[in-house]
Design a protein around this ligand. Structure first.
Ligand code: HEC
Length: 201
């Protein structure tokens, strides 16, 4: 057992939520066990007990896809997170602003006509969030959408700070136009994506 200081509950939180993407296993602890505290299937015994993870990886058939993908450090960090689920971390929230904001979803902008709307990113956590790139637009109709202005730049988005990305929509074809806005960051998911939907007619 390592001394408590060697374990990194913040990194453990990232792994608990995102190890499926980070290792390529496809599923993360949270996908089957749910959020901590209150996680299902006996996950609570992991608190400060990395050996319980090693045992489960060997014994639980449903966890086969994770077998061999966790280092001792990964297990120690996850055990530290389960023991300290309130560990200080970043937390990214997005808000859609303008005519294309959907009343039903914070996952996308829906343009009924050409125009400009805004995505606001806010770090509601208590640690800085590192943004790793400029906002970029991908997808079949990427050319129909453009970043008009942004102050979401590579660097640290401090707690309680926001940045915005203004998106222009000008259809270059008929029918449903779809793309996605993405910005890379160093926290869960490795980035944030917003769907961009518009109509060309
Ligand atoms: C695909 C689903 C799935 C994923 C992903 C998953 N688990 Fe599990 N895990 C289970 C199920 C189902 C059980 C309960 C098995 C049982 O009770 O028979 C379990 C049981 C456990 C147990 C208890 C074993 C025991 O001794 O009773 C631990 C500890 C555990 N998982 C840790 C983890 C950790 C940590 C992760 C992430 C690294 C993880 N699991 C990812 C499905 C999953």
């Amino acid at each position: 057992m390592q001394p408590a200081a060697a374990q990194d509950a913040l990194r453990g939180k990232l792994l608990y939520h995102d190890i499926g993407r980070i290792t390529g296993a496809g599923v993360s602890c949270i996908d089957c066990h749910g959020g901590v505290p209150g996680a299902l299937h006996g996950l609570g015994k992991v608190a400060d007990n990395p050996a319980a993870i090693a045992y489960a990886l060997g014994a639980v058939p449903q966890m086969l896809m994770l077998r061999g993908r966790l280092t001792d450090t990964d297990m120690a960090d996850i055990a530290a997170y389960v023991a300290t689920p309130t560990v200080a971390s970043p937390d990214l929230q997005r808000t859609m602003i303008g005519a294309a904001a959907s009343p039903y979803s914070d996952q996308r902008l829906e343009f009924a006509s050409p125009g400009t709307s805004t995505v606001r990113l806010t770090n509601t956590g208590v640690l800085g969030l590192r943004l790793d790139g400029e906002p970029a637009i991908f997808g079949p109709a990427a050319a129909d959408f453009a970043v008009r202005a942004t102050d979401c730049r590579p660097g640290v988005l401090e707690p309680a700070h926001s940045c915005i990305i203004e998106i222009d929509f000008a259809p270059r074809g008929l029918g449903l136009r779809t793309a996605a806005l993405r910005i890379e960051h160093a926290w869960i998911g490795g980035g944030m994506a917003v769907g961009l939907i518009g109509r060309g007619d």
